[in-house]
Design a binder for this molecule. Structure first.
Ligand code: NAP
Length: 253
């Protein structure tokens, strides 16, 4: 039956940045759909664990700072050790640094591009190797942005990295679809999390953004939940290399 295809029972999902915001929302949704979840974060995921254990879900955490590729082997090993295998990777962790392009520093550029782009690629590569070793196929889901499509203002490294993520989603799908690995992404619109606190606090930016969103409200971590379960499940097995906008209609304007 069709709703059974959305179930994630027996699957292991690894979500980076699961301690807060969209990552927490997606980790909770994957666990509600039946997956065992590994949260990868540079600080404790206690809140997420509490929510998931609260409805009987299973959760483990791997503490890792994603500002270097060095942590990748320990993320994979820690995840496999926790629940025996891996089936779903959600590359959610990301950061934004705002500054006029004319003054943008090399260190801000490197910090943003390393976490949002470089580590996403090499973590995906490590998981794809593991899926091939397991002979299981698997899912890799990136978190893109409206700035995968648009230029944005004062966030050149973020725009570059999120535009790259959408291209990478296509590139990896082309190579790995034949191994039953689906590589897709979700592009959230303007969502209420730490990432957007600065622009929500700016009254002028806040109302300009709200005016443009057809749904007339900011999105929430809960708004990501249906799409992440769909992309993580067998219901999307023939969806490859695509970025789905969850944006209240922003891109339709
Ligand atoms: P958030 O609350 O700031 O969450 C970002 C997550 O990434 C946090 O868990 C953060 O950890 C983690 N992270 C950043 N650098 C890290 C590092 N070096 N090592 C380990 N973890 C690191 O913002 P969010 O909105 O939920 O962001 C989640 C994803 O959605 C990001 O990729 C973001 O670019 C994307 N996104 C957000 C929006 C939006 O409107 N909110 C729109 C489009 C795309 P800490 O808590 O330790 O900092």
């Amino acid at each position: 039956m069709i709703l059974d295809m959305f179930k994630l029972d027996g699957k292991v999902a690894v979500v980076t940045g699961a301690n807060t915001g969209l990552g927490q929302g997606m980790a909770v949704a994957l666990a509600q759909a039946g997956a065992k979840v590994v949260g990868v974060a540079r600080r404790s995921c206690d809140d997420t664990k509490k929510i998931i254990n609260g409805f009987g879900g299973e959760f483990a955490e791997v503490i890792a700072d994603l500002s270097s590729t060095e942590v990748i082997p320990s993320i994979l090993e820690g995840s496999v050790k926790a629940f025996g295998r891996v089936d779903i990777l959600v590359n959610n962790a990301g950061l934004i640094r705002r500054c006029d392009a004319i003054d943008y520093s090399e260190s801000d550029w490197d910090d943003v591009v390393t976490v949002n782009q470089k580590v996403v690629f090499f973590l995906s590569q490590a998981f794809a190797k593991q899926y091939m070793k397991q002979n299981s196929g698997g899912k890799i889901i990136g978190v893109a942005s409206m700035l995968s499509y648009q230029g944005g203002v004062r966030v050149p490294a973020y725009t570059a990295s999120k535009s790259a993520l959408m291209g990478l989603t296509r590139a990896l799908a082309n190579e790995w679809a034949k191994h039953n690995i689906n590589v897709n992404a979700i592009a959230p619109g303007y969502m209420v999390t730490n990432n957007t606190a600065q622009i929500r606090d700016d009254e002028e930016r806040n109302s300009a953004i709200l005016e443009r969103i057809p749904a007339a409200r900011w999105g929430t971590p809960e708004d990501m939940q249906g799409t992440i379960v769909w992309l993580a499940s067998d219901a999307s097995n023939y969806v490859n290399g695509f970025t789905v906008a969850v944006d209240g209609g922003w891109l339709a304007r």
